[in-house]
Ligand binder design. Structure first.
Ligand SMILES: C[S@@+](CC[C@H](N)C(=O)[O-])C[C@H]1O[C@@H](n2cnc3c(N)ncnc32)[C@H](O)[C@@H]1O
Ligand code: SF4
Ligand code: SF4
Length: 360
């Protein structure tokens, strides 16, 4: 472990230098890769489900995995749309496994059954994250437009079989905090923790192509104090040992973001160095809310990473000349201690992965 912390510290030092000089001496730790952009859910805050069905060519996803791996990305998270609707998903995970990249995917949980899961777990999936906004069936349906029952069944199914898959290091839930579910988030943590599932939170964003009714999901000035109380409750639960995956500073940023769309003072966003996003058409973004800066069909990712256009993007990100999100995949990593812990976990996971493959 000491060795791992040493490597994590080296990364942080290189990251500081990268920020100081606006030059990438590091490569991203994590990447999000869109596995498709259609969906079988009906979430009120997300417009993706209005897209036509269709999956990308597997060759395109392989190309993205290969390019991200060549760049030095440690962990790739397959997102969507709904990734489980792509029947090639297991092959993409296999590709990551072959390349020693940590594989992760995020799902709405509607297809967490043996038919869809088994190929994915057998391919060596390392991290499975299920979106769950409420454990109350009517609140869940009012936010996500579909029934909660198959998701809960699926969570229990994974909880039952996970021990058969030692490569599955992480099994977690992601909950989007909005006005509709805030009162139930502590119960949701308790429910998930009882099943040995950790929970991470992300605030509702208005910038996605959504059709949600702001009055129902959105917080207003008069909601600030009760919202702060709920967030402080979560922080206390975390301090008391509940398994909540976010950094405390990130959680404490929720009220101002949700009510005023304001980020904490003196935030500099380092996501342009630590993460990278590739969409289903292989457009590359320095973070999801920003416009594409290149495409893997016509450019090598390593060249793009070191290009002037990428540097200009990073400079604008450091100065928050951007849509200003508070997305987990980008801004939960802004605290150095948190990043250090994340790195420790990634490096440890990589060594466990090698052990599972009989390489140590
Ligand atoms: C776009 S979904 C893709 C994966 C999968 N379909 C799912 O729902 O887990 C990834 C995550 O983004 C969250 N999300 C979608 N729209 C959002 C919004 N407007 N604000 C905050 N989070 C959002 C979802 O709840 C989900 O946890
Ligand atoms: S959040 Fe996920 S499950 Fe909901 S509509 Fe968007 S892609 Fe589908
Ligand atoms: S805060 Fe700005 S630069 Fe950072 S990830 Fe969000 S939109 Fe991108």
């Amino acid at each position: 472990m000491k060795d791992i912390s040493q490597r994590a510290k080296q990364y942080i030092d290189q990251l500081s230098l990268s920020v100081e000089k606006n030059t990438p001496y590091v490569t991203p730790l994590t990447a999000s890769l869109q596995a498709n952009k259609w969906c079988n859910s009906r979430c009120e805050y997300c417009g993706i489900w209005k897209n036509n069905p269709g999956n990308p060519l597997i060759e395109d996803l392989y190309l993205a995995v290969d390019e991200l791996n060549e760049l030095g990305v440690q962990m790739i998270s397959l997102t969507g749309g709904e990734p489980f609707l792509n029947n090639d998903l297991y092959q993409v995970i296999q590709r990551m496994n072959d390349k020693q990249v940590i594989s992760s995917t995020m799902t709405n949980g509607l297809l967490l059954n043996s038919k869809h899961l088994q190929p994915i777990l057998e391919a060596g999936l390392n991290s499975l994250c299920v979106s769950l906004d409420s454990i109350d069936p009517s609140i869940y349906k009012s936010i996500r437009g579909v029934s909660l029952a198959p998701v809960l069944k699926g969570l229990k199914y994974v909880a039952d079989i996970r021990n058969q898959y030692p490569m599955l290091f992480v099994f977690s839930v992601n909950c989007v905090i909005s006005k509709a579910n805030i009162d139930g988030v502590a119960d949701l943590v308790a429910f998930c923790n009882d099943l040995d599932i950790s929970v991470g939170f992300q605030p509702l964003h208005r910038s996605f192509e959504s059709r949600y009714n702001p009055e129902r999901l959105q917080f207003h000035t008069e909601d600030l104090l009760p919202l702060k109380r709920q967030i402080e409750k979560l922080v206390k639960m975390k301090q008391a040992g509940s398994r909540i995956d976010n950094d405390e500073a990130y959680l404490l940023g929720f009220p101002d973001f949700l009510v005023y769309k304001r980020l904490p003072e003196r935030t500099i966003c380092t996501a342009g160095f630590t993460t990278i996003s590739v969409d289903v058409d292989l457009n590359v973004r320095s973070c999801w809310p920003k416009k594409p800066i290149g495409n893997l069909h016509s450019q090598k990712l390593t060249e793009l990473w070191h290009s002037d256009i990428y540097s200009q993007n990073r400079a604008s990100m450091l100065g928050l000349d951007c849509p200003k999100c508070w997305l987990r995949c980008h801004t939960d990593y802004l605290s150095v201690q948190w990043l250090m812990n994340l790195l420790d976990k990634i490096l440890l996971a990589k060594s466990i992965k090698s052990e599972c493959r009989g390489e140590v």
